[in-house]
Design a protein around this ligand. Structure first.
Ligand SMILES: [Zn+2]
Length: 132
């Protein structure tokens, strides 16, 4: 499963979506970006780092394989994502970041990556999704 088929994930994501009045922020974080966050971490950076940590924790003792958001690549404790897609609420009091991993193949093509991720969410979760 890539998380999007998990009912708990969908419920939590819907809660995040509603908390921002239907608006969410989408970040794609690569290792170099994550390391740069450590130089002078802002509250939002800590939120994104916690989200990445949460995604990585899924691989320890997972009952079902966790897949790349955009393909069928299976992550494990030894085969971790090359990048992270993180959704955060625009509501400042809502601190949780949620998301999925991207495999090396999917993360390698940075051109159009944001658009491919948005299209995936539009096709699978939010048919009326718009980018502001
Ligand atoms: Zn992939």
């Amino acid at each position: 499963m890539n998380g999007l088929t998990d009912q708990k994930f969908i419920a939590a994501l819907s809660e995040l979506h509603a908390a921002g009045g239907g608006a969410m922020r989408l970040d794609i974080v690569f290792p170099d970006t994550a390391l740069a966050m450590l130089d002078n971490p802002q509250p939002r950076d800590l939120q994104l780092m916690a989200g990445m940590h949460q995604i990585l924790q899924q691989f320890d003792g997972a009952e079902a394989p966790t897949l790349c958001l955009l393909c069928d690549y299976e992550f494990s404790a030894k085969k971790t994502p090359r990048a992270f897609v993180l959704l955060t609420s625009t509501a400042p009091e809502f601190h949780r970041a949620m998301g999925n991993g991207l495999c090396g193949k999917c993360a390698r093509k940075k051109a159009g990556l944001h658009e491919r991720v948005v299209q995936y969410y539009r096709d699978h979760l939010f048919p009326d999704l718009r980018v502001l």
